[in-house]
Design a protein around this ligand. Structure first.
Ligand SMILES: [Zn+2]
Length: 360
């Protein structure tokens, strides 16, 4: 019943947007079927450290002392929340809308709980550079909705769009860096076609990244292999045409629905256009494993939706409060990977990517 109501509201909202023919049932099914699987995986021994004590990194951080390790309990094999935002609007209109105030509240809550944003690249490269004791969060924004990045007539960023909220938060909290990935539907990007290049380029300058979200936002499972490759190759090419310094190597599946030939998620070509994706993001509903963890699967990287209820952001924040040993906690040095010795069998050393392994 609840789903029916949500679906009705959502369908009403999107009726005038043929580009986004929403398949809410399949998305919800994918979300709940895939959801919360990490609840059943083995845990590290719990720690009792208080995360309020952190150590700001200097140019080359000193290795943590035994006492610091005991207090901070770094775990760079812990889980990372990749948050999945869509529209950021004054009032909520669908399950895919956060209000501007909710978005601000999310940032405040994450900040107070010692989460800090990192780029998708740093996460994938196993090079998370946060002060010791902090936990990474990766922000993602799908669909390039106008509410994510809007400009005022004087050319300044609208403070009530997602980018404006992030800029204001960064001014207030300089240790909250401007990091995140916008998954772009290029023809539509942020509502105003004339401003697409300017906006995509300024996002890159600010420190954000751009990802592939296809040309027409289809359910890829309904398409031929040729059409899937056109959607992905053309999207990457159009983003690069608008913002030449973009590296488009991540894919957020529209509706979380995969193509029939899963290999085409990662590599493919259309005519002379080729694309390569390092990871494929799902639509829900768990935190993601660290990339060094054996459970990390590049084609099935889950995200957390900032929605109420089971498997939403509050659910997972509560989970990590109760199970702090499951949370990724930084050791303060991007070039070392520190974790409890009891978790060593969870990791694949080949994925350390040159980072030095420290067990304690
Ligand atoms: Zn989408």
């Amino acid at each position: 019943m609840m789903f029916r109501k949500l679906q009705d509201r959502w369908n009403t909202q999107v009726n005038n947007k043929p580009l986004f023919r929403i398949a809410l049932p399949s998305l919800l099914a994918a979300l709940f079927l895939s959801g919360c699987s990490f609840l059943h995986t083995p845990v590290a021994r719990p720690f009792v450290a208080h995360l309020a004590h952190v150590y700001m990194p200097v140019s080359k951080p000193m290795p943590l002392t035994k006492a610091q390790l005991k207090r901070i309990r770094p775990n760079e094999d812990g889980m990372v929340m990749i948050l999945e935002y869509h529209n950021i609007l004054p009032v909520s209109r669908s399950p895919y809308t956060s209000t501007v105030q909710q978005f601000r509240n999310d940032l405040n809550t994450l900040y107070k709980l010692n989460y800090r944003p990192v780029s998708m690249s740093d996460y994938l490269n196993n090079r998370i550079a946060l002060p010791a004791g902090k936990s990474p969060v990766v922000l993602t924004f799908d669909d390039a909705d106008a509410s994510q990045y809007r400009m005022l007539p004087d050319g300044k960023t609208d403070p009530s769009c997602a980018v404006g909220v992030l800029e204001a938060f960064h001014s207030l909290h300089p240790d909250w860096a401007l990091r995140g990935t916008f998954f772009i539907v290029p023809g539509y990007a942020f509502g105003n076609r004339d401003q697409r290049a300017e906006k995509l380029q300024s996002l890159l300058k600010m420190g954000f990244e751009l990802g592939n979200h296809t040309i027409t936002h289809p359910q890829l499972s309904h398409l031929s292999n040729q059409r899937v490759q056109w959607e992905l190759a053309e999207c990457a090419a159009q983003i690069k045409a608008l913002a030449p310094s973009a590296r488009v190597n991540t894919l957020a599946l529209p509706y979380g629905v995969a193509p029939r030939d899963r290999a085409l998620e990662l590599h493919g070509k259309w005519g002379k256009l080729v694309y390569h994706n390092r990871i494929v993001l799902l639509a829900g509903a768990d935190p993601a494993p660290a990339v060094i963890d054996r459970r990390f699967k590049p084609q099935e990287v889950p995200r957390v939706q900032p929605v109420p209820g089971v498997c939403g952001l509050d659910f997972w924040l509560h989970f990590f409060r109760n199970h702090p040993s499951r949370r990724y906690v930084s050791d303060g040095d991007a070039d070392t990977t520190t974790l409890p010795r009891s978790l060593a069998h969870h990791i694949l050393k080949a994925r350390l990517n040159g980072s030095k392994l420290v067990l304690y």
